[in-house]
Design a protein. Structure first.
Length: 481
């Protein structure tokens, strides 16, 4: 068969990884109004509020590596920095709490048993009741396939999909979730909203990785593809790749790869992993690691945040009955406007290479499509609100017009002369049916106008309270801080 050679299994050349750094990220939804209680809980659990001004934190959480806070701040534009690095717990933005661990654990799967080191844990409290939990790990001196298998096993949270266990401190955790929420961050589930929409799944953690290849080996397209798509070991314990066609792999990498520094360093970004594989050594490797833990980590988080908020807006819109849930419609309009004006900008990094990588993240998370969908939702809500308001105003105008005409016809000719000067109430006892009808029309008109006026004032008061509450709970404009 002419094309059969393209379908033959690819011959994999195993490589040795001297250092592998991983950050496993779990996005989750917070129960509304629990921000302050969660902050107090984290402080009790020895988490420290991350501050750029505290230079001691540059070396505290990354093992033998460090992150320059000055370079981290310079990577993003000032407007973005106000969101990512708030200067106090009261300022809205990405409130990061970090706990140093420095513990050794063991991951055991069917074909491998891999010791790994956990440097630290981050927990971010973000606007709109979202959070991120990050586990910062390191492994050394393994084959490329074993390294990838470690990441693929540790990221799985769904019990039905799990294929490994963790051993620590003489205790075996058969479920990764148990290790995370019973030991690393106990009681965190008390603050998590388990009723969040279907858009927020916790079957697998997002993986950010940096793999340093030892020796004089060269990186090929298959290595990049396997690292990015997490193709480690198959069911027989052998290295594998989920494709047989090199042309397909090349095209896939062209779509999701970032090769500015190839062939020595290649990045791969999709909706489940953000990987870097490199043969750089010493100074160059230290610079890559600093970017990995610093600017690229935050660039990844803010794009994940954008995707989650856009999906939440779409989810809320799907389950909102616009004909009945007036308050929910108003809330959704406010959320879209406040988010796009305070947390979603055209540019974020200051450098050209930073903007290029940031755009790759946006593309991988389909941010532009989600933004376009959100604009369509906002347009639909505005049109509905506008049409609804026009109908309501037309109905009110019709009612008032009818009352005005009828009152003018009856009251001016039938009984208004009895209201001149000193009113003689005894005259009303001798009114005929048409005169009583006129009196009823006038009195009911006064009552209707009073009710409509009261409703308008009450609605304006309620809207003001809701706007103030939303401002305090979810959004403080970064443009005014």
């Amino acid at each position: 068969m002419k094309g059969s050679k393209f379908m033959q299994p690819i011959e994999l050349k195993e490589k040795h990884v001297s250092t592998a750094l991983f950050q496993f990220i779990i996005p989750f939804s917070l129960k509304a109004g629990t921000d302050q209680n969660l902050s107090l809980y984290l402080e009790e659990q020895d988490f420290t509020l991350f501050q750029l001004s505290d230079v001691q934190m540059e070396h505290a959480y990354y093992g033998s590596y460090h992150v320059s806070h000055r370079d981290l701040e310079a990577f993003f534009l000032p407007l973005t920095n106000k969101i990512l690095f708030p200067t106090s717990e009261q300022q809205k933005g990405f409130q990061r709490y970090t706990k140093k661990l420095d513990i050794n654990s063991l991951l055991t799967a069917r074909h491998v048993s891999i010791p790994f080191h956990i440097h630290s844990v981050d927990l971010f409290i973000c606007p709109y009741d979202f959070g991120f939990l990050t586990i910062r790990t390191e492994i050394n001196n393994l084959s490329l396939s074993q390294t990838i298998e470690f990441a693929d096993c540790l990221r799985i949270l769904e019990p039905q999909l799990q294929k490994s266990k963790i051993e620590y401190g003489g205790k075996v955790y058969p479920l990764i979730m148990d290790f995370l929420f019973d030991y690393l961050v106990p009681q965190l589930t008390n603050y998590m909203n388990n009723e969040a929409g279907t858009f927020l799944t916790t079957q697998k953690m997002y993986v950010q990785s940096l793999l340093s290849i030892s020796g004089e080996e060269l990186i090929d397209s298959v290595d990049v593809y396997r690292t990015g798509t997490l193709c480690g070991l198959n069911s027989a314990g052998n290295p594998y790749v989920r494709a047989n066609n090199l042309e397909y792999i090349s095209k896939y990498i062209n779509d999701y790869g970032y090769n500015r520094w190839a062939p020595s360093t290649s990045y791969f970004i999709d909706d489940q992993s953000f990987s870097c594989i490199t043969i750089e050594k010493e100074i160059e490797l230290s610079f890559l690691i600093e970017q990995f833990y610093g600017p690229f980590y935050y660039a990844l988080l803010i794009n994940l945040f954008h995707k989650l908020v856009f999906l939440k807006i779409s989810d809320d819109f799907t389950f909102t009955n616009i004909n009945q849930d007036k308050k929910e419609v108003d809330k959704l309009i406010y959320t879209i406007n406040s988010f796009t004006s305070n947390y979603f900008f055209a540019e974020y990094p200051a450098s050209t290479e930073g903007q290029e990588l940031f755009n790759h993240l946006r593309k991988s998370f389909t941010i532009d499509n989600l933004y376009s969908n959100t604009k369509d939702i906002l347009y639909s809500l505005f049109k509905y609100d506008e049409n609804n308001m026009m109908k309501r105003d037309s109905l009110v105008l019709l009612v008032l017009t009818l009352y005005t005409v009828i009152c003018g016809i009856f009251s001016m000719n039938l009984f208004t002369h009895d209201l001149e000067g000193k009113i003689n109430w005894s005259h009303f006892k001798y009114y005929n049916p048409f005169e009583y009808f006129a009196v009823g029309i006038v009195l009911s008109g006064i009552i209707v106008v009073a009710i409509l006026g009261f409703q308008s004032l009450y609605q304006a008061f309620q809207d003001r309270i809701r706007r103030k509450k939303r401002l305090q709970e979810s959004v403080t404009s970064s443009k005014k801080q």
